[in-house]
Ligand binder design. Sequence first.
Ligand code: INI
Length: 219
Amino acid sequence: MASASASASTRWFVQSRLPPPRNNGLHRLPNTLLSLSSFSSSKAVAIAISNPTERKRFAQTAAVRHLVGSVTTAHGLRFAVVVARFNEIITKPLLEGALTTFHNYSVQEEDIDVVWVPGSFEIGVVAQKLGSSGRYHAVLCIGAVIRGDTTHYDAVANSAASGVLSAGLKSGVPCIFGVLTCDNMEQALNRAGGKSGNKGAEAALTAIEMASLFVHQLK
Ligand code: INI
């Protein structure tokens, strides 16, 4: 069996015989590496990026593509909104905020389906089914978990968060977390159209950006 030091030197042997990357690999190095010459395992690259002439050339020839979703290309995108009935006094205004945002960003009403579930705990499973259906470009999840004096809070809040995360990962469709987790009703009201804005509206914008990113940039 090879010793640890032997396998380390084998790795170095393989590295040192790699053909030089195109353009010394300089055009692929992130900007943060420019000042970190010792970070590179390749001597040639390390010397090149510590050389002021090379550093200038790299900065001038870098062609890094930045892929970002656009909120101005929402026409034709389809959305599902999963809304919890629990704490409806909060989730209804969150939904209204979301629908207003969709309207303001040119999402057609017929491209939006709203699905109601009993509580935030139930959001994840429904989001996953909707995401996997192939009918939507993003799923927006809306709920309100309020601490009050119940220990149920942590379980519901954590389940809602992991449920929405898992729905997105498993379906491959962006599932947006528009579930408020608040200490009390006052805080929730503030975030549902009160002095802290409307988090449903903000989450809808996130849904549009993510849908656009997937449809227009990552296809
Ligand atoms: N559901 C919520 O959406 N918000 C809450 O604050 C909440 N609390 O506090 O209990 C809540 N509970 C219900 C839960 O989501 C499920 O519907 C229930 O446990 C049945 O699975």
